[in-house]
Ligand binder design. Sequence first.
Ligand code: GTP
Ligand code: MG
Length: 355
Amino acid sequence: MAVLTPPGRGAVAVVRAWGPGALEAVDAAFRPMRGASLADTAPMRPRFGRLGAGLGDEVVAVVLDGDPGGVDVQCHGGSAAIDLVVRALAGRGVRLVEASAFLRSAVPTPTAAEAWDDLARASTLRTAEILLEQAQGALDREVTAIAGGGEDAASRLDALIDRGRVGVRLVDGWRVAIAGRPNAGKSRLLNALAGYARAIVAPTPGTTRDAVTVRTAFDGWPVELVDTAGVREAEDAVERSGVERALRERERADLTLLVLDRSRPLEPGDAASPAASTLIVASKADLPAAWEPAKVFAGVPFVVVSAEAGTGLDELGTAIARALVPAPPPPGAGVPFRRAQVERLVGMRPGAGRP
Ligand SMILES: Nc1nc2c(ncn2[C@@H]2O[C@H](COP(=O)(O)OP(=O)(O)OP(=O)(O)O)[C@@H](O)[C@H]2O)c(=O)[nH]1
Ligand SMILES: [Mg+2]
């Protein structure tokens, strides 16, 4: 047997028992509310009953159809309830293995097993869809086709490796830092994007000291947003370490949102052409403008927002998504989603491995 639901608290957990004797073992432990034994129940018909020592947990048992057959026991999601079920079945001779071991035995290829593993950790529908396609063989099929040769094999391999840049981020996502001068409106922007008051907002410059993070998603791409201290010559030691931390976060981030207050005159250096992985955000658009973003940042992507009025936020989300993933994988495409897979593909390039 294996606990198929991921560790942690959930409403329902699924314990699957399979293999020779599994049905008999679960049957011996399962106490139906009424009616026949599981062995005499049609496959896929849910049965309600109790399972486990003492009163046991209230569970739904489903005899599985197909090969390998088995029984799914759906119990309550807390670790105590899972423990009760696992112990009762172990007492009937059913051995517990890791869910990943089950997946490896039940799916056709190691890549598919890895995709099922990652799928359980996907946080958005969009990333789950891509991983599900890999679980169903999209990557394996593409690799087989490329290995079979053909004149476009080399370019298909390059495209596949390129899609790995998105693939390896599907579970953990991207990191986006919010940077800028004190009082520029960074924290309020973080809150507006997160949808709740995650960070402290105050009119005093130098309010944010620590890096404040929130997990969200833009166009279905998971992102960890990091609000940082406003960068200036800090007066006290705490603020100074906040500023150092802010600079480190900018280096670590995949993308930096450089927030510039549009209601106040720019300061020297603000209009300098930004680094490649920077998106200019002109903030406080509900207030009268002190400068014209289109003039100052001609040819550079910028977005005008007001966290106060809620304007420009959708546009900003789209711009962030586009900056992080300029070319989303087409539906059904093979996408390598682990670094080791990408490395194996790089090794398939003609000439790879030779000096
Ligand atoms: N009118 C208006 N005020 C805003 C807007 N965004 C932020 N503010 C105000 O600007 C002040 C500073 O906002 P914060 O979000 O705390 O600024 P910050 O960049 O995080 O500042 P530090 O943490 O000190 O670096 C607060 O009084 C906010 O209410 C906006 O879109 N419109
Ligand atoms: Mg702040």
